[in-house]
Ligand binder design. Structure first.
Ligand code: GLA
Length: 342
């Protein structure tokens, strides 16, 4: 007897990174949180195509399985589900609908959420680290961007009311309670960026070249870093080394409920991203300065890959961010991805 095709509903959140950028692909620490904005895949399993429509993006994803080259799939957004299917080697498809309230291109990891939701809908097995590794690989194959694991692991492993201290060297996740008297905002600079056209891959290569000289950057000796001849490699290494220390300090400050200490570390992080990692822009710097001056704001920094995009603000409830940036979202530390199959 034929069984009815299973219905599946997979939900995966976006994320914002509180501190620790351009460290994940070097095995360093990060401190992001999953947010309440999510992507849902509601589908029936079966057949040999991925057939997914969405209200969020133009065009449908109609992808024949098995997928050989996800980068060649169109429309552009369909490369992500195709990438997941390719890495999974999926031969059984999905017919259904994607619904999302994560704004694309805003630095809130809409693509990671889409990958994680599709992977769960396709029946990917294993825990959060395996799911994240598979989805990060899918993103690399789909876009060619040599991303790390932070976005996908945060989406997979988020916990309500907690930030995640992730050691990207070994995938370990420690959930850090987020203080109830702090609020988090994401403010868009209005400068849109596509990682594929950004110097992201160059930054990664530079940092890896520095690591060849002084060993793993998150724990390298600062004295050894200061001896690196090439000023660019020296600066990239200094960013990773100092940012890694800031992440651990910020996790401790967060656990202790010390918002002002978190804020100071965020300010230092932004300066390092601006001057040593060189991933900020004048528009983002101006937004950071303007937000920092608002009453009730404790810390502001660029978040995510940079080259435009968003800043993250940690503030007291009631802080006035009116008029800042082009768009703003109040985000809450939320649970990670989940799937129901009937
Ligand atoms: C993007 C990548 C992540 C990470 C950040 C920068 O979001 O997808 O892996 O490298 O940039 O911290």
């Amino acid at each position: 007897m034929n069984r009815p095709a299973p219905r599946v509903r997979a939900v995966a959140p976006g994320r914002v990174n509180l501190i620790g950028d351009h460290t994940d692909y070097l095995g360093g620490p990060v401190l992001p949180m999953a947010i309440q904005l999510t992507t849902t895949v509601d589908a029936t399993r079966g057949g040999d195509v991925l057939d997914l429509t969405t209200t969020g993006f133009a065009g449908a994803a109609r992808v024949q399985l098995p997928v050989e080259d996800p980068a060649a799939v169109r429309p552009d957004w369909a490369r992500y589900p195709a990438g997941v299917a390719a890495v999974l080697g999926a031969r059984t498809g999905l017919v259904g609908v994607i619904d999302s309230d994560i704004p694309p291109g805003a630095g809130l990891s809409s693509s990671a959420a889409l990958e994680v939701a599709v992977a769960l809908a396709l029946g990917a097995e294993g825990g959060a680290p395996e799911l994240a590794a598979l989805c990060a690989e899918a993103e690399r194959r789909a876009t060619g961007v040599p991303c790390g694991i932070m976005d996908q692991l945060t989406s997979a492993a988020g916990r309500e009311g907690h930030a995640l201290l992730i050691d990207c060297g070994n995938g370990r996740v420690d959930h850090v309670p987020f203080p109830e008297d702090l609020t988090v905002w994401v403010v868009h600079s209005g400068e849109r960026r596509a990682l594929e056209d950004s110097p992201y891959a160059t930054r990664r290569r530079e940092a890896e070249a520095a690591a060849e000289l002084v060993g793993p950057l998150p724990t390298a000796q600062l004295a050894a870093i200061e001896q690196i001849d090439d000023p660019v490699l020296r600066a990239r290494a200094r960013h990773v080394r100092t940012e890694s220390t800031r992440v651990h300090r910020a996790a401790q400050a967060l656990a202790a409920g010390d918002g002002p200490a978190v804020g100071r570390l965020m300010a230092e992080s932004h300066r390092s991203l601006r001057d040593d990692a060189e991933v900020s822009t004048p528009g983002v710097d101006a937004l950071v300065d303007a937000a920092t001056r608002r009453t009730g704001v404790l810390g502001v920094r660029l978040t995510g890959a940079g080259f435009g995009g968003c800043v993250v603000v940690v503030a007291r409830p009631g802080a006035d961010l009116g008029g800042l940036g082009t768009r703003r979202w109040r985000v809450r530390p939320s649970s990670g991805a989940r799937v129901e199959v009937d």
